[in-house]
Design a protein around this ligand. Structure first.
Ligand code: LP5
Ligand code: MN
Length: 250
């Protein structure tokens, strides 16, 4: 049996190819898994659990079908779906985990997270994150009418769209010291995260012990899935059409 990890799908109504790939993945692969971990940015942007669109309902239904089948699905919020909350979890059976969570993977301890908090050199982003994570602001925002919320999000996205172009790739990557600190705090040698869209398995030696950091990729052009079982792990990229033929949903 296998445990699956994914992140950064950026699902959106205007990318039905990614949605189909995700639905097929749930239907064909996740259905037989020990567990599925979604490490943030499942959605391009999640404006609130009361999202009334058919697109959101389709995703909720598919996750509900999987958890009802008996597969545990765990979710860590990303920087694009930090407003996903308990209502979504009640509707789908998905379990929301703290931003940084320790898990046991077939006898090996690991720390899992979205990855944005590791990018400590990106000070503008970290300041922005602190703002939008303020509980009072989220409380207020969630009480605004749905259409007004979507307009505010579009406006903020529009206003900051050029901001990333001014940052170097190094600033937008993880900070090595922060990675070491988080692994030391949790006494683990394995870390799994997404966010940077730079899929890789990094093997390092830190203070005499071997450490592994697995970075999941995004799903813009291909699906990125980490498979973990008793014998080890494998990070794979599949075409978005990967499961289309053998496992199409009726
Ligand atoms: O996801 P990716 O890789 O594209 O970029 C991220 C960082 N960008 C973001 C921005 C979000 O995707 C868009 C959010 C819209 C939010 C609407 C908020 C509505 C209010 C909610 C209130 C509860 O996460 C990007 C990183 C990059 O990862 C790599 O790590 O660099 O960071 C940015 O681009 C952010 C800018 O650097 C910061 C700009 C400051 C803007 C200040 C606006 C204040 C708005 C306050 C809202 C009330
Ligand atoms: Mn992200």
């Amino acid at each position: 049996m296998t445990t699956l990890f994914i992140s950064d799908l950026h699902l959106a109504a205007n990318r039905p190819d990614i949605t189909t790939c995700f639905l097929n993945f749930l239907h064909c692969e996740a259905i037989d898994a020990d567990a599925l971990y979604i490490l943030g940015d499942l959605f391009e942007f999640w404006t609130g659990d009361d999202d009334p669109t058919p697109f959101a309902s389709q995703i909720r239904q598919a996750l509900h079908a999987l958890t009802t089948h008996g597969v545990p699905v765990y979710f860590i919020q990303g920087n694009r779906d930090f407003l996903l909350g308990e209502t979504f979890c009640q509707q789908t059976g998905v379990i929301l985990l703290p931003d940084v969570t320790e898990i046991d993977l077939y006898g090996q301890r690991a720390v899992i997270l979205h990855g944005d908090t590791l990018c400590t050199d990106d000070e503008r982003y970290q300041a922005f994150r602190r703002k939008v994570h303020q509980p009072w602001l989220q409380w207020l925002f969630k009480r605004l009418p749905w259409r007004l919320r979507t307009r505010i999000v579009s406006k903020v996205q529009h206003d900051i769209r050029d901001d990333k172009q001014t940052k170097s790739m190094t600033i937008m990557d993880v900070n090595a010291q922060e990675v070491a600190t988080v692994m030391a705090q949790h006494h683990v040698n394995l870390m799994i995260h997404g966010h940077t869209h730079r899929p890789a398995i990094h093997e390092d030696t830190y203070e005499g012990s071997r450490q592994t950091r697995i970075v999941l990729g995004d799903w813009y052009e291909q699906a990125s899935i980490l498979y973990v079982d008793k014998s080890g792990y494998s990070l794979k990229q599949h075409a978005l059409t990967h499961n289309n033929e053998q496992c199409e949903i009726d």
